[in-house]
Design a binder for this molecule. Structure first.
Ligand code: A2P
Length: 279
């Protein structure tokens, strides 16, 4: 079953094939209840970020779940405006404290530029932050490291400067927004792609073709969208604050045929969904 399946990162670390996303999940009761429901449903991996402002609630739910730490895979992210060595260490320690953990499974640079200045060239700052992450990795504080929202050139700069290839890249990826060029680049470098917004933040669920195919497979449009990410070898991070959806989004143990995958590969979705980035 998918909830018990793992990908293997380039450093040999096992990572659950599906993770629970917590972007836009409000800190406090909403986040606590959702994460607890997710862990109880069988998700073994939670994705958060310092910038989501919900790490404390995520940590509390992890603790109260009673599931052993080593059975869970926890990701958080360095704030997008932190672009130097010392502050990377500082924010990493702050995230650990928020989460109530003593190590992370995955730590990501949230974006190549601050959200307040999208597109700004922060190459040097990203290299500094990345060097700090490599040091934390070598100290055993993080089991794997990576980036999010990076383009090829951003990743190349990190690899050229450090000789260290990130284990993971997290990007906005869903049916109709597969960013083929980036997808091929990351696969070529054996960097696992995490698919954030696998439902297009809910925006692709009314698509006619997706609904037609979902009916064919006797699944919901959300399940089809999540399964699509898995069929493409990416790691979906669906988010929901509703228990029945949290459960349903994990019930994706079916196959999409090659001919239907081809239809989905070519599907055009509302172009406005593609441009948005997730903070
Ligand atoms: P909610 O949290 O109220 O359930 P993404 O994971 O692509 O970011 O999408 C998240 C959005 O999709 C949220 O608005 C979430 O709403 C909604 N969503 C999550 N799971 C489902 C589902 N199974 N069916 C319909 N909408 C869903």
């Amino acid at each position: 079953m998918i909830k018990d399946e793992y990908y293997t990162l380039s450093n040999g670390v096992l990572i659950p094939k599906i993770g629970f996303g917590t972007w836009q999940v409000a800190s406090g009761e909403e986040c606590y209840n959702s994460v607890l429901a997710a862990i109880n449903a069988g998700y073994k991996s939670i994705d958060t970020a310092y910038a989501y402002d919900n790490e404390v609630s995520v940590g509390k739910a992890i603790k109260d779940s009673g599931v052993k730490r080593e059975e869970l895979f926890i990701t958080t992210k360095l704030p997008s405006d932190i672009k130097n060595y010392d502050d990377t260490i500082k924010y990493f320690n702050e995230s650990l404290k928020n989460l109530g953990l003593d190590y992370l499974d995955l730590y990501l640079i949230h974006a190549p530029w601050p959200w307040s200045n999208v597109g700004l060239d922060c190459t040097e700052g990203n290299i500094e932050a990345y060097k700090a992450m490599i040091d934390l990795y070598k100290m055993g504080k993080i089991r794997s490291i990576g980036v999010s929202n990076f383009l090829e050139s951003d990743v190349n700069s990190l690899i050229e400067a450090t000789g260290f290839t990130p284990h993971v890249n997290q990007m906005r990826y869903f049916i109709g927004n597969t960013q083929e060029h980036l997808y091929n680049y990351f696969n070529k470098h054996n960097i696992l792609i995490e698919a954030y917004s696998p439902l297009g933040t809910g925006g692709i669920l009314n698509n006619e073709i997706i609904n037609k195919l979902a009916l064919k497979y006797k699944v919901t449009p959300a399940q089809l969208a999540i399964r699509y990410c898995l069929e493409k070898g990416t790691r979906p991070l669906p988010k929901s604050v509703h228990e029945e959806r949290i459960l349903a989004n994990l019930a994706v143990d079916f196959k999409i045929s090659n001919s239907d995958l081809k239809i989905l590969d070519k599907l055009e979705v509302d172009p406005s969904l593609k441009r948005k980035l997730r903070s």
